[in-house]
Structure formats: C-alpha cells, structure tokens
Design a protein around this ligand. Structure first.
Ligand code: MV4
Length: 452
C-alpha cells in the first residue's frame, strides 16, 4: 500500500481524500495557493506545501509546481480529486514518467473518453446503447445536412473535445444548420483548441442519469448503479439522487452488465461515471464518460455503503476489486444531495467573502462534505461549491422529509448561498412527485417569477 499521497485539489474534495487517507493509515500531503493558506485541507493533511499565487493557472493547474511538491514530499501517489488536473492525460503521463502513481485510469483511456465521438464508438462496439449519430467527425455543414436529412430533425451538434454543454447547438430545421455549424465550430475552437464536431439525434426533455463504476487493474469492473442528475441549471448540477424514480431493477442490471463488459475490454481502472440520457420511453443512451471521482459520489456511497475514494486508492495500489469490496453490491434506501454554492440564489452570481455564521445540520441520516467554517473566507478565484448536504432515508419519501428538515437547520451567514433555492425546490410538488427532466429548473424559475 502507498505510504504517502499528495492531494492535488482544494476545498471539500481535498478534505474528502484526506479522510480516506487517514482511514487507510496513509500520510497525506496538501498543496495550496496563497489564497488557501487558512483552509481546512491544509490543516488536516499531515504536510502542506504552498505551490503559488491564487490564480488557478499559477497554482492548482501548474503541473511543474504540483510535481515539484510531490517530489519534495516524496509521495508514492497523487489523487487529483475532480476538476483541475483530474482528466488531464498529459498530467497523468508526467506522473507516470516521474514514477508517481496517478490515482486514475491510464493516459490512453483518459484521452479516449475525452474525445467524445471516439468514446461513442468504443461504447457502441461493445453494445452500450447510443443515439443515432454521425460515425466520427462531420467535416462540413453540407455533410451534416446530408446526414441529418436521413435521420430527421431535430439533431444536435456537439464538439468532439467538448463536454459540459460548450460547443453544442440544437438544430431544428435544415436551413439553420450551416450557421449553427459555424457557431459551434468557432466556440469549440476557442474553448478547446479543437473545432471538430459530430452530430446526434436530439432527445426532447431528457433525464440525465449516470452510472457509477469501479474497475481494478486486473480486468474486473463492477457497476454501483445510477444517480439521477436532471436537476441542473446551465450544466451545473444542483440536486442528485439515487435511485432514479424511473429506473427498474431489470434496466439497472442490463446497463450495469454491458458497462462492466465494455469497460473491462477498454482496460478501465479507477472510479468512473458513464452519463446517459433517458427519453420519455425510459430508453437510455450513452453520451459521455467521466474518468474521475465526481462531486455527487456521496449519493452512491450512501445507498451502497462503498467508500468510493478509499476504493480508488486501493485499486491504484494494485488491489483486486473482490478484496476492496468484500462482497456483492447491495442497494439500500434512497439518498439525495443538495449542492450548496456560494451564489446569489436567484441571480446565480458568485458570492465570495467571509462566512460569519456556519451552522450545518446533523442528526440521523445526514452527511455534510465541506471545507467551510465560521470566520472562514470563500476566495473569489475558485468554484463556488462550499458544501454538499447529503441525506439518506429508507425510501424517497423519508429522504425528502429529512432533506427539508436539514435545509431548514442549515444556517450560513455573511455570504449568499443556494440554501433558500433548495428549500423552494424541495417544496415543489412536481419535484416531490419525481416528475422532472433536464428542463425542470428553467421552468421552475420562470414559474416563480410570474407568481410574484
Ligand atoms: C444531448 C441532449 C439531447 N439530445 N444530446 C448537455 C451537456 C452534454 N453533456 C450533453 N448534453 C445534452 N446532450 C442529445 N442527443 C441534451 C443535453 C442537455 C443536457 C444533458 C444532461 C443534463 C442537462 C442537459 C441540459 C440541456 C441539454
């Protein structure tokens, strides 16, 4: 097993990884920017190294600075958390070259899943359901028109290098395609340095459902079931839950089995998330794979009792999945997560500054992942996520009640947060009934405005 791990992240996820290290008896090393000197990840790690000024490019994204810290601290491995360098194949390669274990899949697999139309082809090859789409890059608007005419409108243009909605355009009629093709291409070039596009049949009002997997370095891959992530705004998730109200045991088993087989063929190891769209007939279609631990992983931990971060570390140390899991995956009860962001709850503008009061709720079935504390400061340079409030209950009804009471007891003063927004969503009859899709928040916010 590793003796020492460098945590190449900040905030709640850095703390989450440090917790896993402590429980495994592994020393942890925090890295921090000058803006994070007083952060809890610095306080709770066994060692901490300042790697630069506040700007991301000069600190947490600065590969030479991160590697230098790892060399100085003499660590065996680096855990990248989510975001930042977590899906950077070059970083994983540099770690390998420096004989530091990158806690994640191989650089080749990170690259494969990062090229969306290649990931699609790999999934299709092994029987994972995908949407009708162009096989590979669409070289011109004319080629796109020809393909779309055959499949039928609406279609969606997506950037090969994309993800998170950038470089995407919905095309409802043939006339619009040439202009939207050019827009998507220039947006993708500017954002990713790669303007390649592909096409898919567009799904109206889909749900976003993702599967959690774990793979070891011996060819074993297991599915830990799904998370329902449709409650999002501008591609930022707000609420996640497991199980999805639309999932059946049969569908979960079918998708889980085909994913295990496929990812075993691909040589996938580490935790991973496979994103699907679900249409109104409950059919699932693969859209993207994320090769990192995700923000919402606690939802799966709550219903399976598997510690995903400890599993990542044990797998990277070469352990077999059977020894990591010690038994079959069993799903029990229902879990819900609300992402608490330092943002104005209606305007969604960032709200940095000093937290004056911080009173997180506790009690039965409540878990909070956070690095925030009273008198602490939220710097303006980074992601606005400050806490994840996660609850479990014996069923969805109990989880909803528990979340409502916990949100009512969560007091944060000094900055704006999304807590009031979550209280309102939890009171919405459609949300409570499980009647929603990826358009829910937009309709919800419009509805409230007209009601005032
Ligand atoms: C789609 C789609 C409908 N049809 N693909 C948005 C982000 C990227 N990960 C994929 N996305 C979508 N792809 C087809 N063929 C609708 C979306 C989409 C969406 C997906 C998941 C969660 C929220 C979303 C919000 C708007 C659009």
């Amino acid at each position: 097993m590793f003796k020492k791990i460098l945590v190449a992240n900040r905030g709640e996820i850095a703390l989450r990884v440090i917790c896993a290290c402590k429980e495994l008896g592994i020393r942890s090393v925090a890295i921090y920017s000058e803006a994070d000197r007083n952060s809890l990840h610095v306080r709770f790690a066994d060692e901490a190294i300042c790697i630069g000024p506040p700007q991301l490019a000069l600190s947490y994204l600065n590969i030479p600075a991160v590697i230098s810290a790892a060399e100085i601290a003499n660590v065996d491995a680096i855990h990248p958390g989510y975001g930042l360098l977590s899906e950077n194949a070059n970083f994983a390669e540099v770690c390998e070259a420096c004989h530091i274990k990158f806690i994640g899949p191989t650089p080749d697999v990170i690259r494969l899943m990062g090229e969306k139309e290649k990931a699609r082809a790999a999934m299709k090859q092994h029987g994972v359901p995908i949407l009708p789409g162009s096989d590979g890059v669409v070289a011109s608007a004319e080629e796109g028109c020809e393909w779309a005419r055959q499949v039928g409108f609406p279609v969606i243009l997506k950037a090969t290098a994309g993800g998170g909605g950038r470089g995407m355009r919905i095309v409802r009629e043939e006339d619009e395609l040439p202009a939207l093709y050019r827009q998507a291409q220039s947006e993708a070039s500017a954002a990713f340095g790669n303007g390649d596009l592909y096409l898919e049949k567009y799904v109206e009002r889909p749900r976003h459902i993702e599967f959690q997997v774990l793979g070891d370095e011996h060819g074993n891959v297991v599915s830990l079931g799904e998370r329902e992530c449709s409650i999002q705004r501008r591609h930022q998730k707000l609420i996640e839950e497991s199980p999805s109200v639309k999932m059946t045991p049969e569908l979960r088993k079918e998708i889980g089995e085909v994913l295990s087989k496929t990812l075993s063929h691909v040589g996938y190891h580490n935790a991973g998330t496979i994103e699907f769209l679900m249409d109104q007939e409950r059919r699932l279609y693969f859209i993207e794979m994320n090769t990192r631990i995700q923000v919402e992983h606690p939802v799966t931990e709550m219903v399976t009792d598997v510690d995903l971060v400890k599993s990542q570390i044990m797998i990277a140390a070469g352990e077999k999945l059977a020894d990591v899991l010690q038994g079959p995956i069993v799903h029990r009860g229902h879990a819900i997560e609300c992402r608490i962001n330092a943002e104005h709850p209606e305007k969604f503008t960032p709200s940095a500054g000093k937290i004056t009061t911080f009173n997180p709720p506790g009690g039965t079935g409540v878990r909070i992942d956070t690095a925030a504390y009273a008198e602490g400061t939220i710097p303006p340079y980074y992601d606005s996520l400050i806490a994840k409030l996660v609850v479990r209950g014996k069923d969805r009804s109990e989880a909803l009640s528990r979340m409502s009471r916990a949100l009512g007891m969560f007091i944060v003063e000094g900055i704006h947060t999304t807590i009031p927004l979550h209280r309102r969503i939890l009171a919405d009859p459609e949300f409570r009934a499980g009647n929603f899709d990826t358009g829910f928040i937009e309709r919800f916010l419009a509805k409230k405005e007209t009601a005032i």
